[in-house]
Design a protein around this ligand. Structure first.
Ligand code: SAH
Length: 258
């Protein structure tokens, strides 16, 4: 069995209980060495074989999985954040299916959750934005034409950009071309939840300059949207004294008269 496990964004305490148990019982671990906190590897029992996938191809990763399967050993494949986002797990799962090797996915705390926690931010504020667009700038990995930054920017919803820290001039230009006013608030969160985490607040038009000033070139998320502005939002319906739900009978008028 191969267990794809989300390692969380950095702080080793942010792995799930299930992920931790899997590591504690692991016979073989293949971890994404570029971003997974190596402190997590100290959970592995003695004798556990450890591979850093940053130095391996897909073929080499799958070969290790195949050898372990033949020897009756389980594998923990440790991915940063949550494996479902930019994790390249589909191609591994497809190979495993071809080889009839069973697998399971244990989710993790994504860095976009870690970044919101670092900023004390709610991505979905009533009256401001009820949607989060998770995307990236095109780099060596292409992005479909219909997913241009400009087309998402037209919504002016909350946006979280992965894998884009090296392209901030182009990003800011596309965001403004698409519809965000240049003074829309933005944040750069470098290594969210790691001891050397850095947070920078700026405006969309200042993103490249702010990253340069702070020396941030990679391992960061860019967050854009008015949820960062501190402006007035509507309070939730759910916790309004006048709002009736399945669990609580509302009393009186809702505060905002709705
Ligand atoms: N599956 C991961 C993302 C992998 S892609 C997740 O769910 O978080 C790698 C990109 O994620 C990095 O280039 C960076 O944009 C972002 N990233 C990963 N860890 C991060 C962290 N601790 N802080 C900020 N950004 C991070």
């Amino acid at each position: 069995m191969v267990h794809f496990v989300g390692a969380g964004p950095g702080d080793p305490d942010l792995i799930t209980v299930k992920g931790r148990r899997l590591l504690e019982g692991a016979q073989t671990v293949i971890y994404a060495g570029s971003l997974v906190n190596p402190a997590l590897l100290s959970l592995c029992p003695e004798g556990c074989r450890i591979y850093d996938s940053a130095r391996m191809t897909l073929e080499e990763v799958v070969r290790v999985m195949e050898e372990c399967h033949e020897a009756g050993r389980d594998v923990v494949r440790l991915h940063t954040g949550d494996p479902s986002l930019y994790g390249a797990i589909r191609e591994q799962m497809d190979r495993l299916e071809e080889l009839s090797i069973p697998y399971e996915v244990c989710p993790g705390v994504s860095s976009f959750s870690g970044a919101a926690a670092a900023l004390g931010l709610e991505y979905t504020l009533p009256g401001i934005s009820q949607s989060v667009v998770i995307t990236r700038m095109e780099g060596r990995t292409p992005v479909p034409e219909r997913e241009k930054i400009q087309s998402f920017a037209a919504h002016q919803s909350t946006m979280v950009l992965f894998l884009s820290t090296g392209l901030l001039e182009e990003l800011a230009k596309a965001l403004v071309e698409g519809g965000y006013p240049p003074d829309t608030p933005a944040a750069i969160v470098y290594k969210a939840t790691w001891p050397d985490e850095k947070k920078v607040l700026c405006q969309v038009s200042e993103l490249a300059e702010a990253a340069r000033r702070e020396g941030i070139r990679k391992t960061a998320l860019i967050i854009v949207g008015r949820v960062l502005s501190g402006e007035a939002y509507q309070r939730s319906c759910l916790y309004d004294p006048a709002f009736t739900t399945e669990f609580r009978k509302g009393k009186g008028q809702k505060e905002d008269g709705r």
